[in-house]
Write a protein that binds this ligand. Sequence first.
Ligand code: HEM
Length: 372
Amino acid sequence: MRRRTVLAGLPALATAGGAAGAALGAAGCAPAAGSAATVALPPQLRGAEPPVAAELVALDTVHGRPPGRAELAALAAAVGAAEPDGGGIALGAAAFGPAAAGGDGRGSGTGGSGGTGAGGGTEVRPRRLRDMPAFPGDLLDPARTHGQVLVQLGGRDPAQARERAARVLAALPGWRPRWRAAGHRPDSRVVDGRGLARNPFHFTEGFGNPDGERATAERTLVRPGDGEPEWAAGGSYQVVRLVQIAAELWDRDSLAAQERVIGRRRDGRWLDGTPATERPDFAADPAGRRTPLDSHVRRAAPDRRRPPPLVRRSYSHPEGLLFSCFQRDPVTGFEAVQHRLAGEAMATYLLTVGGGYFFVPPPGDTWLRAFA
Ligand code: HEM
């Protein structure tokens, strides 16, 4: 298995050595005693550039009950065998048993509510893992939303990703696909440490992401002390949104109008002339004359000194965008941005029909012990 470690000079991650180290140890690759804490990124987050093609398959057990440790171990092994380098799995709320009745919508783990099924009485569900709610304007199709597990397989082209997904499914008759989606990244490339691609609106996407694995780890990985179950340290919340786009409507607009909707030029440069990899000064444009106040980037990241704490790794999809992002906390990450995007100029062109909230376990296999 390819293993990239991020040297964590990160103070807040310094104590992650225990959890991440345990995971590494389980994979037969324990860090040297006394070494600085290291953090291994889950496969879905490794490398500056995501695989050019990906196949996402949400699965449920055939028996309908939450999966047990043996079923999850077999699934993880099948994914690892199909794609040793970048295939990954993520757990939906349903993998942990029924959601807490009358809960606060931030998962379980307090007051003995819910999330106990898989752990045989232990609180194991990541605290902020719940079913993805419908946001204003969403039209979620239940047949394309949620899932006990999300399997992600990459490939050098769509055919390879599809073939890997077929291999995983063939090895696991105990699981049935709930929904699946194929994605690809046209013009995928790395510039200044960031993976860029052309999105279905023909715009360059990826500039707002961090420029390296250390910063990626900082924005995405759960740390000890986050109030999460111990096993979850080093894992990450994944949010997937299947977004349909009104391509014909979009393509009728002039390029200048499109750029005002996004808030950047097609190639990523800012509307006030600031180079793509630098920070524009929105404070100097309070009325939004250069970069409109309802543009996507201005809503998504209004304070250039404090970028949203998430990392996007999205794919183009035949219907639009297979949006995917990773974060330490879906409430302060994805949801905070999504709420700010309500009413953005781009909303006219978008309809979210599926996806889900998932939790990517830390590398290694010690997380499986959380399951009965
Ligand atoms: C079809 C849907 C979407 C399209 C076409 C789209 C497109 C873009 C583009 C072109 C950029 C500018 C380049 C870049 O920084 O990557 C961008 C930035 C960004 N988008 Fe989206 N996006 C979509 C949905 C979303 C959603 C659902 C979220 C999160 C809730 C989101 C969050 C962000 C963030 C955080 C940035 C970076 C802003 C910055 O730091 O400047 N986007 N998006």
